[in-house]
Design a protein around this ligand. Structure first.
Ligand SMILES: C[C@@H](CNC(N)=O)C(=O)O
Ligand SMILES: [Zn+2]
Ligand SMILES: [Zn+2]
Ligand SMILES: [Zn+2]
Length: 505
């Protein structure tokens, strides 16, 4: 491809030499990491990058890929997906096979999904269930966050075992979805304190679910039952308030906080303000919020409007630009997709009442191309910032770096097109220039001249160790500084009169 259309990843075939042990040499491209771009070749063998540089000496039987004029980037990491998630009476339509197949087709080489344990069940049981589901199906590497649906007497112990023995380093709290996931403030404080102790990252779905529920009830009573009601019932104020509250509680617990799917600019501002106050916190805009807006809820086609139902909902058209600017300045940190797709007949559960529409949209295959188009082609991000926002920052926050999120000795590579198991795409019709030609996942060429060649079960579970240095190094210093001022004051005991309340009755 010519300069006008930059391909993410690598392009045109070199010599069709069957490589043994997945020996690949990507020649003549520009390697892009979050901290710089260099003309360099990349040699991959046995799933690991062995050499990066020019004039590389490589063994025979190597598949050479001519990457002249191309950018070679770390594979995308999507830190927010929900494959085959049991939710709102059904399951999200992509499973760990179709979902990771779509991820690879779009240039994402790792997803981090969520163990969605229902209330009353054991976190550990559901972790094991998710591992059993995913391990045999994933086509690319994956990690897991764990949703904490309630605070019980076993929660602290289960969280500790998950961190110490099962490769979990992040737990998600919901402030919405009462009786399903919604935690009260003091329960959320318990989770944050447990995360701090374990060296884990707390995540939050920040919406005031109780007020939203009341607004939704009123809208239905007033006869507004279409998907537009979903949007009206979840105003920005309810996301901003919850985000601010979660940040305050996390700071109280000295717990690093990662706010998922930041959909409103003011919620992003709240995170930015907290970061300026020195709080260790991160915001994650998602592809949907960076590329789409709430005009879709006014669409006269029910399926179209319902296809855009997720929570928090898409916001007004001016929001996208403001979220992009905060991503460009580093106020917001990672991009995800919240890929949680439902087909028409599933969305139709809510055909008469928007509260029953399963929440979630697509994105795992589109993110890299859409964000390149909307972010780099427009001059908002440079390619290094694109790599940071789609891969490196997530690797750093969840302690996968530099094994993941970097083109260097010890990591993997990248990106291409359309295979989601969903019959509706919220990005339909968007023209994207950044279309990659090849994707390499764990050293395997899984997209070859845009032909998908994935293998079910080839992906691995990647443990995410506790105490990510990128997160905890500064946190512990700030905690010490904060607590230094919180000491009891030495003073004489009060020896004046005290009211006798009994006498008052
Ligand atoms: C349930 C899950 C996906 N659905 C959504 N965001 O509307 C989430 O809330 O992140
Ligand atoms: Zn959520
Ligand atoms: Zn339609
Ligand atoms: Zn989600």
């Amino acid at each position: 491809m010519n300069d006008a259309k930059v391909q993410i990843g690598v392009n045109k075939l070199g010599h069709h030499v069957q490589s043994s042990q997945n020996r690949l040499l990507i020649k003549g491209g520009k390697v892009v990491n979050d901290d710089g771009i260099q003309e360099a070749d990349v040699y991959v063998e046995g799933g690991v990058i062995k050499q990066v540089g020019t004039g590389l000496l490589t063994p025979g039987g190597v598949r050479v890929i001519d990457a002249a004029g191309m950018l070679i980037m770390p594979g995308g990491i999507d830190p927010h997906t929900h494959m085959q998630m049991p939710f709102m009476g059904t399951h999200s339509a992509d499973d760990f096979y179709t979902g990771t197949r779509a991820a690879l087709a779009g240039g994402t080489t790792m997803i981090i999904d969520f163990v969605a344990c229902p209330r009353g069940d054991s976190l550990m049981d559901w972790y094991n269930k998710y591992r059993a589901w995913a391990d045999e199906k994933v086509c690319c590497d994956y990690g897991l966050h764990v949703i904490v649906p309630q605070w019980g007497d076993k929660t602290a112990n289960e969280m500790a075992t998950l961190v110490k023995e099962k490769g979990i380093n992040s737990f998600k709290c919901f402030m919405a979805y009462r009786n399903v996931f919604l935690l009260e403030d003091d329960e959320m404080l318990n989770v944050f304190q447990a995360c701090r102790k374990l060296g884990a990252v707390a995540q939050v779905h920040a919406e005031n679910g109780k007020i939203i529920e009341r607004k939704a009830e009123q809208l239905v009573a007033d006869g507004i039952r279409g998907p537009e009601g979903h949007s009206y019932s979840r105003p920005e104020a309810m996301e901003i308030e919850a985000t601010t509250r979660a940040l305050a509680i996390a700071d109280e617990a000295n717990c690093p906080l990662y706010v998922v799917h930041v959909m409103s600019a003011e919620a992003g501002e709240a995170i930015s303000k907290a970061r300026r106050r020195g709080q260790v916190c991160y915001g994650e805009p998602i592809a949907a919020g960076l590329a789409c807006d709430n005009s879709s809820y006014q669409h006269t086609c029910w399926r179209h409007a319902a296809g855009h139902v997720l929570s928090p909902p898409l916001r007004d058209p001016s929001t996208k630009e403001r979220l992009w600017r905060m991503l460009a300045t580093g106020e917001l940190t990672c991009t995800g997709t919240d890929h949680c797709v439902f087909k028409a007949d599933q969305k139709a559960l809510g055909k008469d009442d928007f509260r029953r529409i399963p929440n979630g949209v697509n994105g795992v295959e589109d993110r890299m191309s859409v964000l390149w188009e909307k972010g780099v082609e427009t001059g908002i991000l440079d390619p290094c910032q694109f790599v940071a926002a789609t891969s490196t920052n997530a690797a750093k926050v969840f302690n996968l770096y530099p094994q993941k999120g970097r083109i260097a000795v010890g990591s993997d590579a990248d990106i291409v097109t359309h295979h989601q198991n969903v019959d509706f795409n919220i990005f339909e019709g968007m023209v994207c220039h950044g279309i990659a030609e090849f994707v390499i996942s764990g050293g395997r060429l899984v997209v070859d001249e845009r032909q998908l060649k994935v293998t079910q079960g080839a992906g691995r579970f990647v443990p995410m160790p506790a105490f990510p240095p990128y997160v905890y190094n500064r946190l512990e210093k700030r905690e010490a500084a904060k607590s230094a001022g919180t000491v009891a004051v030495a003073r004489d005991a009060y020896d004046g009169p005290v009211i006798d309340l009994k006498a008052e009755q």
